[in-house]
Design a protein around this ligand. Structure first.
Ligand code: SF4
Ligand code: SF4
Length: 200
């Protein structure tokens, strides 16, 4: 592994480790009692097949072994601390969304669930970093390019963290969040009539 790739692996893992507890806090109460758990061995498989995710797993090895029947799923959840397939964070669970107080929170959940994936986007000629299937390709990923996506994801994460603290979104939030996921138009007293005309 080149020193540049090692640095990318480390920074990606650090970011994943920062975001993961926020997602766990949001999902944990629902997933722990869920009767239709959405983890599947075929989703886990990407962590084996993707060279980048394999590097993460080797650098931060899980305590439990992968099995064909259950993948990384254990009775206490996913065994992977780092190197989960990004799709595992991009959940779109109605049960969790329905428990949130309003559309603003649901939008922030959508952004949160896309942060880890965003960090690896367009790493090499339009390919996501987990989709680069050869060592030579991975070695070509430029850290400056990776930093651009990581910085966008970090700024959006900071907006979410600030919102959690003070319940407010600054005027600049829309631009920052829209880099990660489209910002929907939420009904307000001012725009409600316009929206209802658009959907009628
Ligand atoms: S994300 Fe939703 S469907 Fe999946 S395990 Fe959690 S509660 Fe169940
Ligand atoms: S979260 Fe873990 S156990 Fe669930 S599908 Fe992803 S890798 Fe597999």
């Amino acid at each position: 592994m080149t020193s540049e790739l090692f640095q990318i692996v480390k920074e990606y893992a650090d970011f994943e480790a920062e975001v993961r507890p926020w997602i766990a806090k949001l999902c944990g109460p629902h997933c722990s009692v869920c009767e239709t758990v959405c983890c599947r061995p075929e989703y886990c498989r990407e962590s084996i097949d993707s060279p980048f995710l394999a590097l993460l797993r080797e650098t931060y090895p899980p305590q439990t072994k992968y099995t064909a029947e259950r993948g990384w799923l254990t009775p206490s959840g996913c065994a992977l601390a780092c190197g989960r397939p990004p799709v595992c964070y991009q959940f779109s669970c109605r049960k969790i969304a329905a428990a949130l107080p309003d559309d603003s929170h649901r939008h922030l959940m959508n952004v949160l669930s896309n942060l880890v994936s965003h960090a690896g986007k367009r790493a090499l000629a339009g390919r996501h970093i987990v989709e680069i299937m050869d060592a030579a390709g991975l070695a070509q990923v430029k850290i400056t390019r990776f930093h651009k996506r990581l910085d966008e994801a970090r700024k959006a994460f900071e907006v979410i963290q600030a919102f959690k603290m003070n319940g407010r979104l600054p005027a600049s939030a829309r631009t920052v969040l829209s880099k990660i996921a489209p910002v929907p138009t939420f009904p307000t007293p001012q725009n409600r009539k316009v929206i209802s005309r658009r959907i009628s």
